[in-house]
Design a protein around this ligand. Sequence first.
Ligand code: ZN
Length: 993
Amino acid sequence: MIAAAPWLVPLVVFAVALALALGINAAVIARRPTRDSAALWTAVLVWTAGPLAALVLYAWTLQLVDAAWWHRGWHPLFDATGLRLALPWLPPLDLRVPSPVGPDGLRLAHPEWWALAIPFVVWLAVLLTRLVLPAPVRAPDQARPGAWLAGSAGFENSRRWVLWALVPPLLLLLLWSAPDLGEGLAQERAAPWGLLAVVAITLIAIAFSRGPDAAAATDQAGAAPPAAPGDWAAALRGAGFAVQTLCRLPATEAAPESREPGARALLDQWPFLRERRVAPELIEAVADLFGPDATRRGGRNRLILAADDAGQLEALAVAIQLTHLRLELVTLVVVPQAPAAFAARLAPWLPGPEAIHLPRAAVPIDSTAMAWVLDVGTLSEQLADLGDNPVLLGRIGLTVWFDLDAYSGVRAANFWALSHRLDRLLRARGAQEARSLTFARDHRGHEANFAAFWSQLLPYDYQPEERVLVARRRPHPIAIHLLEPGADSRPPDPANPDPGDPSLAALRASVAAGWRTRFDPPPTLDLVRAGDFLQQQVGGHRLAERLAPDPADAAARILEVGAAQVLALADLLAQGGRALTALPTHQVGLLAAPGNPYVRHLLAQLAQDPEAFFRRVRRLVPGVPQPAIVRRHLLLALREMEAVASGLLDTFQWRDAILDPVLEELANRHEIARRDVRFLDDNLVLKVDTGYRSSAAQYRPGPLDTVGDQLVSVVLREAGGALALLQRIDPERATIVAYPRRVFQVAGQSYRMNPWPATSAAAIRRAGVLYCTRTDDPALTWRVSEPRLRRTQVDTRHNQVFLDQGGLNKVVIQTWYEEEVTGIIEVRPERHGALRRSEPLWGEPIESLAFPTQGLLLRFLAEDLDEAPAALHSIAAALGQVLAVHVGVEEDAVLVMAAQGLKVGRRRESGLVILDLHPQGLGLIDALNDDDDLLRRLLAYTRDWLAECPCAAAAGCPLCLQSPPAIAATRHSVERRLSRGEAVEVLRRVLGG
Ligand SMILES: [Zn+2]
């Protein structure tokens, strides 16, 4: 058969190889997330055709120049006798083909088939190597050899044009078809024939290297989002949103690559730093911290100030590995919340998931991991164990504080004590070479008060050379849109469940339009419900699969903006899509969080003047030690390690006035033991001091959002009657954070408080427990309360100060706060996200406990308030919302209330009172009192907001005074006696303008 038709052999070989190639192509396309096998085939083409063509050309040239050299074995190809290489300096290689001609003169073997087979063998070898060892991931701007072949060259994303390139090889293949291949001179054509054949096969594979759904998959990989700008907004409009484009920000110049040798070494060792375009300052800072002269230049601590997502995670991953490789120690990463989610984002840049350990409270730490990631609450619980376990403590080589600015108010006050406790232990018993790294945003402008903030919160004294400022850049142009659920919302798609939350509806629209989207779930969204929603299919994929893991990988972003985020937008958004190369515009859809219409007003200002908007900063409040918090952490610190009084003052920088009474009280209650100690100080001078150690057998600290020790448990009563502790709260704040029928979230799940068994918080404190149940009601609730102040005195440590030509003055007061809660107001999203507010739902009045606190009284002149009976209540409602945006405290940590005829000492005063809603106060009032300019600005913002509201209604509208929290604020506001007109009138009179 072969003898009859020798030309069949090459054709069969060609057909088999082509079938194999197409089979492999289909398998690769199916497996790759990008649905694209071009990277494989272009590499195969380059590595097969390149060397083979060189060899064929070389052999051909030899024969042209002098056929004799050919016969001396200088050519590397098969001939009729086999392969014989006899190069001068190498041992001869001799692969003989069995004699082609038998003794009877008949052909026995076909050496030309060997020659024909070589290109196929080389091709197959390259192909298999590439399949087993895929090409290393390259930065998209690095050229890949032959990649141009997989371009589309004007063929609208099709590679079929490559088929045209097949014409010459196929013509030659047919022209030289066997039997020419095996006969006479044409024998030499076998090698080029084989070469042309594999080139043709590879080209065919390239032409079909793009899977049918590659377009969507490419967007998912973020390489090139589809279509013209504006499409994204159109897609959101199509889903029923009113889309207002607030601003478009151009991209800035790309950062130059670092020239420092240390940073370059890191870039070479961890190429993802370059690929993901991590800010060069971050790489240099890490290189510097672990470099040979780290301690000479500055200490072992670094404070890094950068916009969000500038590459902190990647840089941190490198720091963790350097700690592991160079110091052979572990990194302790402390995050504000959700350590598991943080670890999931960090893990891709570490060698494997086992590199991270997530310690849990009261469970021993696994010391084999590279990094321990935990939240501050867990750290607080773990510190006692660490204190008892010097070996574990000595394993910590790097302490990382992530997102320093996320701590505010009560959490900041607890954080401060915690960071100092850890530092004290590490100094005494930790590793010599231990380092620390703190990440925070770059808070420009002294209004932010950032220097005072970090120096209060952290135990480090950063020198200028230890502070690293990452330049503000925008890798891509950004378009910021405000999304509002429109009245013309489409009816819900019957195939897909109604999301019930506008952010989910926006997310689905963005993904369906082919944009790889980053989704930051709003804090009030139930994550179980959101998880169910994300399982639905959009364009053949589960929605959850098409989310970007990180803002740096996202072509678009959906974000709910509340009081805490709105002034941080510049930092939050600047680095969107950083790791992507081709991104025409990073699209951001903002949804204003319900509850604070001032946020919505500010976003409108972003549209008017982005420059001015981005200059505004939020004032950071570090919180100050108040006796209950000092007491709690002092007990813990003394359990971890005994101390002398001077040492306590030194490490914690507590004032004697606060520390001494607490020590006295604890000693009297036999919770700590005292003794006199004598020791030599650093100058070898004998000192006598009092030493303290804890004698409390068991002490369990409260959670970090509480201040006291006698806490009330909020217990989940499940359907089967099982009970689970959800959280613990200060009883003084029970009506504020756990009022009856409140809907709240813990760890992303929604719960509703049960009606109280008593009508006073005093009874609840005695019982020590409140119950709640799981709910899937997406309602938001606000309590209707009536605040009362008693025993109010002017704080004589502060002077009264006049603002603005004496029309207004302020004075710090000490007072006892209590409130009566009479009902709630609920807000529920309707279909496609529009919100509907309920009428107040009344309940039996509940009395809070009274607690002492600090306040700031802004006195108004009586004549300014004449004929404006609703002004004070209206200003208070609006100022509370302005304050929540411009001052960094939780919204339930502060109250602005109207005081009419308030008895202060022996006088009656009228004005506004800004109150610290934590027992004893957390320093918020001091922070406000220190900054007259801030107060004046807050009042001016309130005036402008109310004056500029488009409603022009005397009573205001939901975008100004008629928001749920403003209405719920007092009985006065529930009865609809708020007046925008009077508020503006009085503020104008007081402030001018
Ligand atoms: Zn209005």
